[in-house]
Design a protein around this ligand. Structure first.
Ligand code: PLP
Length: 280
């Protein structure tokens, strides 16, 4: 079962118009929320970001966030999802194809759950990352459906035997194709500030919060490719992979190919944060 216009329906009964603007223009926004033991993780942060992304493209949520969440929780129960995620998207709706916003299109909300057969979180296995030019637009802070720059980046990594792409604009490292990037130096974290050049990851925010509680200093500042390659530790974060160590970037092996001490501590703290949600 899936959600269409906030109703739980059989997937085969749902049809999307060929002129839906999400389909034709990527004119819409989305979120991915992790499900642990049947419960939504950091739900409020994700819903706030969804509202913000929608607002930035002058789209209002077609249903109140509280009602969307209610339906999603029902869907999780209905589909009996223990570990996985829910993907939801809102498009500007269907209208005769023309670039400006249509006057009377109805936004379309869809959501579905995905159950994980294997936990995708990279706990001890290091990630191999490839550097690539950040060719994306200048509103990476909006979680929009336009992901071609990210898709091409990830494919380039895959084609070359890497797991993730780390983007840079000139000499400045921005973020991964679907992750935020942190470097660790002398026990301090540095990550790109939450500007228009990155998506302000929910996991990024949780990690910053955890680090501050653990008295690990965090600087939200730009850093260069050289600083990335010479960092004591590098890790990436996202809803699906949580906190994952990066042990190789291009041909440079980091930290002897091992998970660094600070990364390991943050992974542990992250797991504790998840347990709190599960046991609530
Ligand atoms: N940056 C980009 C470009 C992303 O697509 C994502 C997640 O999909 C992230 C960062 C991490 O965000 P979050 O922690 O909210 O999953």
């Amino acid at each position: 079962m899936i959600i269409f216009q906030n109703k739980i329906m059989d997937r085969s009964e749902v049809s999307i118009d060929i002129e839906d603007r999400g389909y034709q223009f990527g004119d819409g926004v989305y979120e991915v929320i992790r499900i642990y033991d049947g419960k939504l993780f950091e739900m409020e942060g994700h819903m706030k970001r969804l509202e913000r992304s929608a607002g930035e493209i002058e789209l209002s949520l077609p249903f109140p966030a509280s009602e969307i969440i209610y339906s999603i929780k029902e869907l999780i129960k209905h589909n009996n999802i223990k570990d996985g995620h829910v993907y939801m998207q809102i498009t500007r709706g269907a209208s005769s194809r023309n670039h400006p916003f249509p006057d009377n299109a109805t936004p379309v909300l869809t959501a579905y759950t995905k159950e994980y057969e294997e936990n995708p979180s990279a706990t001890t296995e290091g990630i191999k990352a490839l550097l690539a030019d950040d060719i994306r637009w200048l509103r990476c802070d909006i979680k929009s459906l336009n992901l071609l720059g990210n898709v091409l980046g990830k494919q380039k990594a895959k084609d070359n035997g890497y797991d993730e792409t780390i983007f840079h604009r000139g000499d400045t490292v921005t973020e991964g194709s679907s992750t935020n990037v942190f470097i660790v130096n002398n026990g301090q974290l540095v990550t790109h500030p939450a500007t228009n050049l990155i998506l302000n990851g929910i996991t990024r925010k949780v990690v910053i919060d955890l680090a501050q509680n653990m008295s690990i200093p965090v600087r939200e500042e730009e850093f260069t490719i050289d600083e990335l390659l010479s960092a004591d530790e590098v890790f990436i974060t996202s809803t699906t992979i949580e906190v994952a160590p990066v042990t190789q970037i291009n041909n440079t092996v980091l930290n002897d190919g091992k998970t660094g001490e600070v990364t390991r501590k943050l992974q542990e703290a992250f797991k504790n944060r998840i347990s709190k949600v599960i046991n609530k």
